[in-house]
Design a protein around this ligand. Structure first.
Ligand SMILES: *Cc1c(COP(=O)(O)O)cnc(C)c1O
Length: 385
């Protein structure tokens, strides 16, 4: 998981499949990022913001009661405790700082569960930037709390009524909008998707999760590294950031997708949103709509680096149903006093299933990135429980 070069290639995946009008804009972002990342001034400002505003490092929590029930040693990397309630803010803080450095005055973003939109609105307010967030109408209905939070923070939320009215359509709309606004606006992508340099840059900003967890595991575990590293995968940013910290170790990497949005587990190679990757497609190569109770996993594809890790066999991608995720959420809440986001509960559900099936050997150490907290999901949960 290194620098994918100027072409942004991860094996046969990645690249920059964008209209002529966005080629220069993507190049400008790449140049700015390459410069900033080796500038100690930029790195210092980012580190300071992450510490004093976002609350990093987030803790590594051993969950004793659930571990005892499952016969394993489960540790949670607590991104739910980061400011605004998910890992999204790590990436947004990096990109917003970059946008300021580039002299841009407005952030454009897409959002699914609303966590990326809230993070964007938050950091925009902090740095004195404007924010315009595109969100599918269906997600606006099921994530009302986050829509309110974004507006509260001064962001403009633009409803997207096309297609499945979820994340895929919001992403298309945001990219289209950026075409006419590259002069003063920066497109702040929320996951490891989109054209080069986004998948690489977003993974680099999220790598803080894996790097912190690696150090925390070194002091917490006698073996130093966990046997398994598990994270949920929508586009794949919390997983990519986590995996990056462990890819050079013996840990087995497992990405958990929603059954109805399993780009890495069930998809085929294709091009969408500016990159070649794995997407759910029908027999004619048309993208199939994703369906998941978790708005943040309701995406038909996966970032190109995950496609590459899958092909290499370095990471494995598995799926979990809506029902399994909801019952895992309740179980974690009632054994540990932690209400995870429904997205994160997918990772918990796989661990519960795999431990029960003997697929995780008894006593195995498992690091699981808990990508966010469940406050945003109360209305969905009220319908489900
Ligand atoms: C957005 C989101 C996800 C999915 O996004 P990734 O890019 O796959 O990490 C997962 N969990 C939460 C809480 C989210 O907000």
């Amino acid at each position: 998981m290194s620098d994918p070069g100027r072409q942004g290639r991860f094996g046969e995946y990645g690249g920059g499949y964008v209209p002529e009008s966005l080629v220069a804009a993507c190049r400008e972002v790449e140049e700015a990022f390459r410069e900033a990342w080796v500038d100690p001034g930029f790195r210092g400002s980012l580190a300071r913001l992450l510490a004093v505003h976002i609350g990093r490092p987030t803790p590594l929590t051993p969950v004793r009661r659930l571990s005892a029930e499952l016969g394993i040693n489960l540790l949670l990397k607590r991104e739910d405790l980061a400011h605004t309630g998910s890992h999204k803010i790590n990436n947004v803080t990096g990109q917003a700082l970059l946008a300021s450095r580039m002299g841009k005055t407005r952030l454009i973003a897409e959002t699914g569960a609303g966590q990326h939109g809230v993070a964007t609105a938050t950091v925009a307010a902090l740095l004195g930037l404007k924010a315009t967030v595109f969100m599918g109408e269906r997600d606006i209905e099921r994530q009302a709390l986050n829509v309110f939070r974004m507006r509260m923070l001064g962001a403009e939320v633009i409803p997207v009524g096309t297609g499945s009215r979820t994340l895929k359509d919001a992403t298309s709309q945001a990219m289209r909008h950026w075409v006419g606004a590259t002069e003063d606006s920066y497109y702040c992508v929320g996951s490891v998707i989109g054209p080069h340099p986004y998948p690489w840059m977003v993974r680099t900003f999220q790598r803080v999760i894996g790097d912190e967890a690696r150090g925390q595991c070194a002091s917490e575990l006698s073996t130093g590294v966990p046997d398994y590293v598990v994270a949920c995968v929508g586009g794949g940013s919390n997983a990519a950031g986590t995996f990056a910290g462990f890819v050079d170790t013996s840990a087995r990497l497992v990405g958990v997708e929603a059954e109805g949005g399993a780009g890495a587990a069930l998809g085929r190679a294709g091009v969408l949103h500016g990159a070649r990757s794995l997407f759910l497609q029908d027999g004619h190569g048309q993208i199939v709509e994703a369906h998941s109770v978790a708005a943040g996993l309701d995406y038909p594809g996966v970032g190109p680096e995950h496609a590459y890790l899958r092909d290499l066999g370095r990471a494995r991608y598995v799926t979990v149903t809506d029902d399994e995720a909801i019952s895992a959420l309740v179980r974690l809440a009632r054994t540990e006093g932690i209400v995870p986001a429904i997205e994160s509960a997918h990772a918990v559900a796989w661990v519960i299933r795999a431990a029960g099936a003997g697929e995780l050997p008894s006593g195995a150490t498992v690091l699981l990135t808990l990508s966010g907290r469940g406050d945003k999901d109360v209305s969905t949960l009220k319908e489900q429980l």
